[in-house]
Design a protein around this ligand. Structure first.
Ligand code: DOR
Ligand code: ZN
Length: 354
């Protein structure tokens, strides 16, 4: 049995870092594991301008712990009114790495999102000429569509026409949750379509939200699906296909905001994301494919060089905390902390004692 696993330092290709105190609290957990992250722009107000992205990047860099390195890759929040010149300028000046498309109303802070793809067609044309990726929250917002069917319906009604209309546009279908999405991305032969997959959608099915009562800390969007879908995701994630890569969608919310009459969507997996993913790869007898998923496929899609250094995990129960403290008695619940996973990240610092 393998006792340690060492891979090139990976990247998190889908991460919510928030701002202010929350940013300072959560960022070190990602920095421990990842060399870079694609940072989501759904702040309040959203990151829609080059100046706002530059300023947010500076706040993130200021919160990176001393003697560590981390590169935040910024994204622009696409609105109906987004000017293509802003996107072009941000990309050319290496501020925006990608553009995020939230269908208006689909998820947390998506109210400024896109109401119709027609409205952003010009921006998408410019992006395809630049080779700039479009990152999509792929869920239909039609209120008559069942919440568990929203991803599949989005693929049929919105993604397929979008890909036909913009035939060279690079697209990442974010946090996929269904067999339909897994098959759709796997069947692409052009190399311009990829998908991120979260740890929770690989480890849990929708029963987890209702075991013995309502479990708000397992509520995220897209919502967990039935077992058939989880198995399909595990298959493609561990297949070695270049089209699938790591994106945690770690989305911290203060506990009171989740344990509420109308709780927020989001799972905070940053403290032990790699431990969670490695558990899946081991269960699928595919540990040798873990490095491609975590450290190569994503950076190749984005055209990035390898990170420097490596990270090591060892076979010991995770010691990630179950709660992360904020000020004034507030806290964030983490995903599968304290012993709930059989792997533990070996810190650069503690590694010296190994
Ligand atoms: O669960 C989620 N949380 N899904 C999203 O799409 C947004 C995220 C957040 O920002 O909290
Ligand atoms: Zn997200």
């Amino acid at each position: 049995m393998v006792q340690t696993v060492t891979i090139a330092r990976p990247d998190d290709m889908h991460l919510h870092l928030r701002d202010g105190e929350m940013l300072k609290t959560v960022l070190p957990y990602s920095v421990r594991q990842f060399g870079r992250a694609i940072v989501m722009p759904n702040l309040k107000p959203p990151i829609t301008s080059v100046e706002a992205a530059r300023a947010y990047r500076e706040r993130i860099l200021a919160a990176v712990p001393e003697n560590t390195s981390f590169e935040p890759l910024m994204t622009a929040y696409l609105c109906d009114a987004t000017d293509f010149a802003t996107i072009e300028e941000g990309f050319v000046e290496r501020v925006f790495a990608a553009v995020k498309l939230y269908p208006a109303g689909a998820t947390t802070h998506s109210e400024y999102g896109v109401t119709s793809i027609d409205k952003v067609a010009k921006v998408l044309d410019v992006m395809q000429d630049l080779g700039m990726p479009l990152l999509i929250h792929g869920e239909s917002t039609d209120p008559t569509v069942d919440v568990f069917d929203r991803e599949a319906v989005f693929i049929e009604r919105t993604l397929m026409p979008l890909l036909e209309r913009h035939t060279r546009l690079k697209v990442v279908l974010e946090h996929i949750t269904t067999e339909q999405a897994a098959n759709f991305v796997a069947s692409d032969t052009s190399g311009r379509l990829a998908a991120t997959i979260t740890p929770q959608h690989l480890l849990l099915n929708r029963n987890a939200m209702f075991t013995g009562g309502m479990r708000p800390h397992y509520y995220c969007l897209p919502v967990l699906k039935r077992e058939r879908h989880r198995l399909a995701l595990r298959k493609v994630a561990t297949s070695g296909s270049r089209s699938f890569f790591l994106g945690t969608d770690s989305a911290p919310h203060e506990r009171g905001m989740k344990e509420a009459s109308c709780g927020c969507a989001g799972i905070f997996s940053a403290p032990n994301a790699l431990e969670a993913y490695l558990t899946v790869f081991e269960e699928e007898n595919a540990v040798e494919k873990f490095e491609a998923f975590a450290s190569e496929n994503g950076r190749l899609f984005y055209g990035l060089p390898p990170n420097e250094g490596t990270i090591t995990l060892t076979r010991q129960p995770t010691d990630a905390p179950e709660l992360v403290q904020l000020s004034e008695g507030k806290s964030i619940q983490t995903f599968m902390g304290m012993g709930a996973l059989p792997w533990r990240l070996v810190d650069q610092k503690s590694r010296q004692s190994y």
